[in-house]
Design a protein around this ligand. Structure first.
Ligand SMILES: *Cc1c(COP(=O)(O)O)cnc(C)c1O
Length: 228
């Protein structure tokens, strides 16, 4: 328990330091605590340590957990989403980081309650590796254009997963590229609450913050290594 409290404090301190280096306010950066494989009793402890924003990457795993946890938690979906799970996902989660096709965005939007919108980020695959989902950088503009006019869609920004590298400085150019793309597209997302750059995980969130991240998705630094 106290180990978890210490880790939460450490991550928050590291976020504050990165903000200071980048001349940003810590209020601009939201910590999304990634709880995939983490049991609900530990998530409750994290809640007790003050965390209120959690991320899960599988609908099936998240559904029973969300039902057992306090209702004032903000849930973020960060995994690859199959179309047939879009309906359930839209009902469970507050923000979806991983919209990787126009079709999926429209499917989610169709599940918005009357007069409401689904908050979504478009996932960008910067490396071109086929193991990762997401729009290619040159496709994102068309996706924003296609979704911007849909009722039920609230475009909030972009998300990426940086490649794994041994020297974490090597990810900086990828984060910078996403930040540039974000700035270019902001003007084309008029009328949308464009405000989030979701990038940075345990290995690289300080660098992501230096490059403009507003949502960092941190799992292991808070909860320890996941089972293999
Ligand atoms: C698991 C996961 C994270 C968290 O990764 P850590 O290395 O544990 O911080 C962040 N983003 C996505 C999309 C993930 O699947």
């Amino acid at each position: 328990m106290s180990a978890l409290f210490d880790r939460v404090a450490h991550v928050k301190g590291t976020i504050a330091e990165a903000c200071e280096r980048a001349n940003r306010s810590p209020a601009e950066v939201k910590l999304v605590a990634v709880t995939k494989t983490v049991p609900t009793d530990i998530i409750e402890q994290a809640y007790g340590a003050g965390l209120r924003v959690f991320g899960e990457n599988r609908v099936q795993e998240a559904q029973p957990k969300i039902g057992k946890l306090p209702a004032d938690i903000e849930w973020h979906f960060i995994g690859h989403l199959q179309s047939n799970k879009a309906k359930v996902c839209a009902g469970l989660f507050d923000v979806i980081h991983s919209v990787d096709s126009v079709r999926l965005g429209k499917r989610l939007a169709a599940r918005a309650a009357a007069g409401q919108s689904i908050r979504m980020l478009l996932q960008v695959n910067l490396t071109g590796k086929t193991s990762q989902s997401g729009f290619a950088p040159e496709e994102v503009g068309a996706a924003v254009a296609a979704l911007a006019g849909e009722s039920g869609v609230a475009l909030e920004g972009l998300m990426t997963i940086a490649p794994q590298v041994t020297d974490c400085e090597a990810v900086r150019p990828w984060f910078r590229q996403l930040a540039d793309l974000y700035r270019d597209l902001a003007a084309t997302a008029a009328g949308h609450p464009w405000r989030h750059l979701s990038m940075g995980m345990t290995e690289d969130y300080p660098i992501a913050i230096e490059e403009g991240a507003t949502l960092v998705r941190v799992g292991r630094a808070l909860f320890g290594e996941r089972p293999a």
